[in-house]
Ligand binder design. Structure first.
Ligand code: ZN
Length: 166
């Protein structure tokens, strides 16, 4: 795990210092605003999709080092991929960040898996990928890390009203 930590630090530092594709895309492109209210990260992810392929990806905005580095890596990782491949990558990264998947990814993206050890930072790293997913699927103009993913835990309420005996 120490190697992963070191890789993580190097990768985040490097992308934070020199963000890739940190710019505005010329039209036509589709942009999605992403916010992570928990940390104050705010990104705009823009994609150009031609023939179902992401031909350009870029982002702007401001946030913590992890959110910016993750966005920078995301733009590099999805450029040249088909829409389906990019979505599948977003799924894989999301699962990895939530600690559900180990080493399905390689290189710099694997470094992001170190974030899963810091639950408070997971949404920082997820933000760019959620914006990517929204842009690829329904073209949503805005996503928030707090608007989704509230699932499963501790909701037994539905079962409680089955009793009615008069
Ligand atoms: Zn953050």
């Amino acid at each position: 795990m120490a190697d992963l930590e070191a890789l993580y630090r190097d990768v985040v530092l490097d992308h934070n210092r020199r963000p890739r594709n940190f710019r505005r895309l010329a039209a036509p492109c589709g942009c999605t605003d992403g916010v992570n209210p928990l940390c104050g990260d705010r990104l705009m992810v823009c994609l150009r999709i031609e023939d179902e392929t992401v031909t350009e990806a870029a982002f702007e905005g401001s946030g913590c080092a992890i959110s910016m580095a993750s966005a920078s890596m995301m733009t590099e990782a999805v450029t040249g991929r088909s829409r389906a491949e990019a979505l599948s990558l977003a799924d894989t990264v999301g699962a990895m960040l939530r600690g559900r998947e180990g080493s399905a990814l390689q290189g710099e993206l694997l470094a992001l898996s170190a974030v899963s050890a810091y639950p408070s930072r997971v949404k920082c790293a997820l933000l760019a990928w959620e914006a990517l997913r929204a842009g690829l699927t329904d073209g949503a103009a805005r996503v928030s890390t707090e608007a989704q993913g509230r699932t499963s835990e501790g909701r037994p309420a539905e079962q409680r009203q089955a009793r009615d005996g008069h």
